[in-house]
Design a protein around this ligand. Structure first.
Ligand SMILES: Nc1ncnc2c1ncn2[C@@H]1O[C@H](COP(=O)(O)OP(=O)(O)OP(=O)(O)O)[C@@H](O)[C@H]1O
Ligand SMILES: CC(=O)C(=O)O
Ligand SMILES: [K+]
Ligand SMILES: [Mg+2]
Length: 582
């Protein structure tokens, strides 16, 4: 006995015959309407009815149904029964503890000198890295190319779907590199020279180069100069041509290419900054490099408005043949907070870049800004990353502070999609340990959330404007609700462009979401989103056959077992099915 719920119009009842193969408990199927003028007269009617039970011949499982990211079967030719590509970490997690134990919060590692080797990258992937971030402020393009290719090789050889995020330098004011030094210590009372001169060879003692030619002109004696949002502070005491003499008033560690801001009478000086382009000419060259190397995301630093995002997206569409690269807006300036909603709507995701944000607004305002950005992203269905200083002390020490653990917990509790390591993984002494901390804290807080049954009080606003989008949204909302209420083991989502998967993820269901998609690039991009376990699958239009194949492949790998309860949705046939794994 099964039920189906249908959509109907006054003129026509749309009913999709359901052919259950796996003893479905129920099925709800409907198709999006063609977008015609009859839409205005559309009424929604829910009706329980008997579903015609036809014995469709299920196709037997194809050994290479699920492919590795490069499109080749991830199995050895002699292992025909297990043609499924999944990374070892997910597989082990699923086998050991079942669906419920998998981590939902995604983890991003900035790659730098501490982690750029193949073995180091592999250790990070094994440790749960979902996305590798490359900060174009540092390193040469050759260096970045080497990292990108290593990650790709890792994906191909081990079945990982680690995505690559390229982060633009932007044209804000920052220090130069330190002539090869990893850091420099500024002590209280010392006088340092900030200069727009370039050095030929070695850096003169207590001298720092500044990226912005107008610097010496713009600062005034008496201004306060903040490195990295106040990690080190100076007071401008004298200007001599291109050199600015500054007295250290708050000592600390100067890191290569650290951000610089200057303050006058308690306010950030930003007139000149506002004239600088968000995407500099160097950034455009980096973007071309990113397109050529096939990066998955471009994170745009110091976004001020939606315009620059739209501009970049149309450039990418023209250059890379359409939406293969996701554009992430970094929220790290006052302007980006002012124009938050329009920026997020224009983007494919956002980053709470707390490092620079904390240099532009008072530090005590950063937590509220973070909460707001996370909420807006969730409402508008864009993945959101919380970044910077999550485990800063772990650059030097093997254990985090209690405060850092509390900060990570809060980001997970806010249900952000991803957490990001910067210096901890790029140049810290304990990159693997920092990743382990992110992983274990995420798992613990996620479990706490489920145990406490802390469902969100506020419903998610409707976002789609086309009617078929609205249907997708309703299907995903309902599927997630059913998954929670029925206590199912997993939601399966079959999606071509990833949109349905993101809609399910947005609901943050209690169970993990297995996202099956037929392109490698979509698979990697889904790896940024909360709760999604992305697979590549060459699926057909026939959902029953897709399900059958998936079940047998996952079962043969011991990743699911008979009796597991699954809710399945798809963007080909807009339907919800609930069934036990046969
Ligand atoms: N590719 C790299 N090569 C060398 N060092 C790096 C690299 N990437 C990061 N680092 C080091 O890690 C530190 C922190 O990382 P990162 O600069 O990405 O911080 P961030 O505040 O997130 O950057 P930004 O605000 O510029 O995007 C840097 O100061 C630098 O010392
Ligand atoms: C990540 C970054 O750019 C910041 O926190 O400033
Ligand atoms: K950057
Ligand atoms: Mg920044």
């Amino acid at each position: 006995m099964s039920h189906s719920i249908q959509f109907s119009t006054p003129s026509r009842t749309l009913h999709l015959p359901h052919t259950p193969l796996h003893r479905p408990l129920s099925s709800f199927s409907f198709r999006p309407f063609p977008l015609t003028s009859t839409l205005n007269h559309t009424s929604l009617r829910l009706r329980a009815s008997s579903s015609p039970d036809s014995s469709s011949s299920s196709s037997s499982s194809s050994p290479s149904l699920l492919h590795s990211p490069n499109g080749t079967p991830a199995v050895k030719p002699d292992d025909k029964s297990t043609g499924i590509d999944v990374d070892t970490v997910t597989e082990a997690e699923l086998k050991e503890n079942g669906f419920r134990s998998t981590r939902r919060t995604k983890l991003i590692c900035t790659i730098g000198p501490a982690t750029c080797g193949f073995d180091q990258l592999e250790a990070l992937a094994e440790g749960g890295m979902n996305v590798a971030r490359l900060n174009m402020c540092h390193g040469t393009r050759d260096w970045h190319r080497g990292v990108i290719r290593s990650v790709r090789r890792l994906n191909e050889e081990k079945g990982f779907a680690v995505a690559i995020m390229m982060d633009t330098e932007g044209s804000e004011i920052h220090m130069g590199d330190l002539g090869g030094d990893a850091s420099a210590k500024a002590e209280d009372g010392e006088v340092w020279t900030f200069t727009v001169r370039a050095f030929d060879a070695s850096r003169p003692e207590r001298t720092i180069s500044v990226s912005y030619d107008g610097f010496a002109e713009d600062v005034r004696v008496g201004d306060e100069l903040l490195v990295d949002g106040g990690m080190v502070r100076f007071e401008v005491i004298e200007k001599i041509g291109p050199d600015v003499k500054c007295l250290c008033t708050d000592p600390g560690l100067l890191l290569p290419r650290a951000n610089l801001t200057f303050w006058r009478d308690g306010s950030l000086v930003r007139e000149r900054n506002a004239m600088l382009p968000t995407i500099s000419s160097k950034d455009w060259l980096d973007i071309d490099f990113g397109i050529a190397e096939g990066v998955d995301f471009i994170a745009v630093s110091f976004v001020k408005s939606a315009e620059v995002i739209n501009h970049l997206k149309s450039y990418l569409a023209a250059r890379s043949g359409g939406g293969d690269i996701g554009v992430i807006a970094k929220i790290e300036s006052i302007d980006s907070l002012t124009n938050l909603e329009e920026i997020i709507l224009a983007s494919d995701g956002a980053m709470v870049a707390r490092g620079d944000l904390g240099a532009q607004i008072p530090l005590e305002q950063v937590p509220a800004a973070q909460q707001r950005i996370v909420k807006v992203c969730r409402a508008l269905n864009r993945p959101v990353i919380v970044a910077s200083q999550l485990l800063e002390s772990m650059i030097e020490y093997p254990t985090p502070t209690r405060a850092e653990v509390a900060d990570v917990s809060e980001a997970v509790r806010q249900r952000s999609d991803a957490l990001m390591l910067s210096g901890e993984s790029a140049m810290g002494q304990f990159p693997d340990k920092a990743l382990t901390v992110l992983r274990s804290v995420s798992l613990r807080i996620e479990r706490w959330w489920r145990e406490e049954k802390r469902y969100e009080a506020t419903p998610l606003p409707a976002i789609g404007s086309a009617f078929s989008d609205k249907i997708s949204e309703e299907i995903c909302n309902s599927a997630a609700k059913m998954a929670n209420n029925l206590g199912v083991d997993a939601v399966f989502v079959y999606t071509k462009n990833g949109h349905m998967a993101s809609l399910v993820s947005r609901c943050r269901p209690d169970c993990p979401i297995f996202a099956f998609t037929n392109t490698t690039s979509v698979r990697r991009r889904l790896n940024l989103q909360w709760g999604l376990i992305p697979f590549r699958l060459s699926f057909s239009e026939d959902m029953e056959s897709n399900l059958n194949k998936t079940f047998s492949l996952l079962k043969s790998r011991g990743m699911i077992k008979s009796g597991d309860l699954v809710v399945a949705v798809s963007d080909m046939l807009q339907s919800i099915q609930v069934m036990n794994v046969p």
